[in-house]
Design a protein around this ligand. Structure first.
Ligand SMILES: C[S@@+](CC[C@H](N)C(=O)[O-])C[C@H]1O[C@@H](n2cnc3c(N)ncnc32)[C@H](O)[C@@H]1O
Length: 267
């Protein structure tokens, strides 16, 4: 694992993927915030919000008297997020460019700090957690969301090419990122003296759901990394066979597991 840069940076397909993904997981975000409690009037931060992230769910949670700040290091992400915020008329949301490893944000100024799919791709969990703990106020909440790919299946079996494509993607994630960090969230929280609660969410995707195409979106974005692990011709054959499997009538699937962990900084 050598990751410290976002492997999928600078790709226009990545903006579409992130918006689709953000929409798919919004209900899980709302359920988690309902568990955390009342948010009206709070100041919340979505670190590395990407093209949409949790901006809408946080905007609803804090209400008109609250404030949401979305940050990202990437101008393209911020400009897409800005269009989304304007189209949705999210008046309590502000966006700013900020590097989470050298943040210009005021320490201890947020009631809630959320970071989704930040630790898995960047792979600097300890430093990332230090940054979130610094930004949240004493007694405030930190929310981490990362994935466990164990439940990522296409049904009915067998789907050998789709399974193989996911296995090769996992190889890429293991080499350049930290795909298992979600399973270590509670230990990470504990190392900052925070006791974490964990929720897990898997969705069943019906035939035709656009999120079924996620392996191909990843494969397009990670083409160079995949080619460094396998022969280019074999990769093309694998993708073509996987596409044929996905296009079978009634092909449905389950997502990876979204691991949602949260805890309060001591007062
Ligand atoms: C996998 S995306 C997740 C986006 C969003 N959180 C979501 O769940 O839809 C990772 C995001 O982190 C951003 N990012 C990468 N390095 C960063 C850094 N050092 N500081 C802030 N954001 C960063 C990327 O630009 C990208 O938008």
């Amino acid at each position: 694992m050598t990751g410290n840069q976002y492997l999928l940076a600078g790709q226009s397909s990545e903006l579409d993927r992130l918006q689709l993904q953000a929409r798919v997981w919004e209900p899980a975000g709302r359920r988690l915030l309902a568990d955390i409690g009342e948010g009206r009037g709070a100041r919340a931060l979505d670190v590395g919000c990407g093209a949409m992230g949790w901006l809408r769910v946080l905007s609803e949670w804090v209400g008109p008297d609250g404030e949401v700040v979305g940050t990202d290091i990437d101008d393209g992400m911020l400009s897409t997020a800005d269009q989304f915020v304007a189209a949705e008329e999210l008046r309590n949301v502000a966006l700013m460019k900020d590097d989470l490893f050298a943040s210009d944000l005021q320490p201890e100024s947020f009631d809630l700090v959320h970071a989704r799919f930040q630790m898995s791709p960047l792979g600097r969990a300890q430093e990332q957690m230090e940054s979130y703990v610094r930004l949240v106020r004493p007694g405030g909440v930190i929310v981490l969301e990362d994935l466990d790919i164990g439940s990522w299946h296409f049904n009915p079996p067998p789907t050998p090419a789709l399974d193989e494509l996911i296995a090769r993607l996992r190889d890429v994630f293991e080499q350049w990122a930290d795909p298992h960090v979600g399973r270590r969230h509670p230990e990470l929280f504990r190392s900052f003296d925070i006791e974490a609660s964990v929720r897990a969410d898997v969705q069943a995707l019906p035939p035709g759901h656009p999120y079924l195409w996620l392996p191909f979106q990843f494969a397009a974005g990670l083409d160079g990394a995949l080619r460094s692990l396998m022969d280019a011709e074999k990769l093309e054959q694998l993708k073509a066979q996987a596409e044929t499997e996905l296009q079978q009538p009634n092909r449905w699937g389950t997502t990876f597991t979204l691991l949602q962990s949260w805890g309060r900084r001591a007062k």
